[in-house]
Design a protein around this ligand. Structure first.
Ligand code: CDT
Length: 292
């Protein structure tokens, strides 16, 4: 039987500081409803989908920033997403800031099945930016101050295949895809908040869009997997975030693409069996890799 998952890459437009969780969840629900009417099996939301990208702000008292974190998932604000998933048999993946009972802070993404149950949790490994306040920057990128690093890339059985997750900066690193690929991953889901302006070297700003697709497409092709990259895009508190969310095939081709910087759904039929075309030929790891 063919293993085809219809996926909606559910890009978010900007989330301003003042927008509350209920309002954001309402926007995400709208995208889920649209995905359902398009016949999708799953929607993929972005990194830190519930709030503004708060690592752009510095607080000397780090605990003040706990307002941006979720202490449980689901919780009263996000429960409507889980209810909708269960009632309509549509899965989703959601990025958010997680504060654990033990006091650890993670940049987290969950995979939720068609029954509305969490079947996978991933915590961001590659934390970009800086640890200290750098007032010379137009905006901060303090992920290394607010988050603890996750402990690795796992895969999860679901939706008829082998799925993995990665978050934003992870997508730039070849080992992200390789570690997933070595575990047989057929579909990697990744959300991102990518400021177009890169303060340490603004000459990189011009090619942000090119590099986003470069890494998603090469990661997919070199590991024979589908990759879904989903942005939070647009003008968020004076910071321009890259859009161009995309669903990439194991061939390296873009199968669906967002063309705005707002809330938008890009839909593709993801045939997981296409992965074998690459995993069992040109990128047959057991046969051809030379890790030594
Ligand atoms: N959210 C995230 O990981 N953004 C980074 C910005 C890098 S510059 C500090 C990214 O790789 O897109």
């Amino acid at each position: 039987m063919a293993r085809v998952i219809k996926i909606g890459a559910a890009q978010s437009g900007p989330v301003q500081k003042a927008e509350d969780r209920d309002s954001v969840v309402g926007r995400l629900l709208e995208l889920m409803k649209q995905a359902r009417s398009d016949g999708c099996d799953m929607v993929v939301f972005t990194e830190l989908a519930l709030t503004t990208f708060f690592p752009r702000y510095y607080a000397e008292d780090r605990a003040l920033m706990d307002i941006w974190f979720e202490t449980a998932m689901p919780n009263p604000a996000t429960q409507p997403l889980f209810d909708y998933a269960r009632d309509n048999a549509i899965g989703f993946s959601l990025g958010y800031a997680e504060l654990t009972p033990g006091g650890d802070h993670f940049n987290t993404q969950v995979l939720v099945d068609k029954k509305g149950a969490i079947v996978g949790t991933y915590r961001k490994v590659h934390l970009p930016g800086h640890h200290d306040h750098q007032p010379w920057r137009e905006f901060q990128h303090l992920e290394r101050y607010y988050f603890d690093p996750g402990d690795g890339f796992g895969v999860f059985a679901g939706f008829g295949g082998v799925l993995g997750m990665a978050i934003c900066n992870d997508r730039r690193w070849s080992e992200t895809y390789r570690v997933l690929g070595l575990q047989g991953c057929e579909l990697a889901l990744t959300g991102y908040n990518t400021p177009v302006h890169y303060a340490p070297d603004p000459t990189q700003d011009r090619l942000q869009g090119f590099r986003n697709h470069l890494v998603l497409q090469s990661g997919a092709y070199q590991n024979g997997m589908w990759v879904v990259g989903v942005a939070k895009a647009g003008e968020e508190e004076g910071c321009t975030l890259l859009g161009e969310s995309a669903i990439v095939a194991p061939s390296g081709e873009i199968a669906a693409l967002c063309t705005t910087d707002g809330d938008e759904l890009a839909v593709a039929e993801v045939d997981l069996d296409m992965c074998a075309n690459y995993k069992e030929t040109l990128f047959d790891f057991d046969r051809y890799r030379r890790p030594e």
